[in-house]
Design a protein around this ligand. Sequence first.
Ligand code: ATP
Ligand code: MG
Ligand code: FE
Length: 337
Amino acid sequence: TIILGIETSCDETSAAVVVNGRQVLSNVISSQVDLHAEYGGVVPEIASRKHVELILPVIDNALKEAGVSLEEVDAVAVTYGPGLVGALLVGVAAAKALAFSLNKPLIRVNHIEGHIAANYITHPDLEPPYVCLVASGGHSHIVHIASYTEFRVLGRTRDDAAGEAFDKIARVLGLGYPGGPAIERAAKAGNPEAFRFPRVKFADAPYDFSFSGLKTAVINMVHQLQQKGEPLPVEDICASFQQAVADVLVEHTIGAAKELKTDTICIAGGVAANSLLREYMSKKAREEHIRVLYPQLKLCTDNAAMIASAGYYALKNGCTADWRLNAVPSLRIGESG
Ligand code: ATP
Ligand code: MG
Ligand code: FE
């Protein structure tokens, strides 16, 4: 089964051709990162306009690279939420037009479930059930994946997402956008124990996260040092911040995996690209005889191959959309099934 996947939820225009949910024939990603960098974050109106310009050439390139014609595509899968409404609509409109004109099924995909599916591509033997930490620019969830199409959220952030915290701290430190890779680079030369930043826990919800207190603690420290005219220990701040984020993400995820008695933890979303998180999660999980899997780097951040993979399993489960499909900017996980 050949699926054409389309992803336009934020600032990446992407199209991919994937066979049976696992074999990627092409995964074309056109990032607008440079365009938004000068504003220090994604500007929704600019993102939508750029998606309109790029969507058809990106789809053409994906088909060409895959050596697949439109007629050979069995179904079209598209992200319909969560994300920026104007950005999502570009992909949804393109997918509807293609599927309608080809008379092929249209599949709607939840972007976060797509991030999770990136693991199916990198790990051909991975099968549910397992526990997945999804940590991205807008979301931080611990999810139990009972089957390919059944998701239960065990914990979520009550305020900022992990990736959002990386982006905001990077901005305060003048490291630019996106913040994750910049902080990871600076942290390599820093001491993770230089500063003790808060790690928040909730008694009533052991798998929930909160990163706004951590963010504020870092920002306050930076401002105090700046007021005193002291030099900023950027590397130490980055290393200590990164360790604080990794500590809670790892502790909560392993706690959930142990409670559910699962032998596999997956990580997904842009923050899954972080090498400290990968190493620390693997180390701590090994002590509990749990294996940790994560997608190859390119599949951690937004891409259409993961959408095509999730779409394949939705199609197998008989979940297709009709021509009324609309973007749902605040779509929650587990709602599309
Ligand atoms: P969402 O998926 O929640 O809608 P998004 O699509 O913008 O948000 P992703 O593309 O999954 O998010 O990931 C982008 C986020 O990942 C950014 O916040 C970025 O800072 C973070 N990120 C990317 N690489 C790294 C890294 N190496 N370390 C930490 N964070 C990272
Ligand atoms: Mg992005
Ligand atoms: Fe994303």
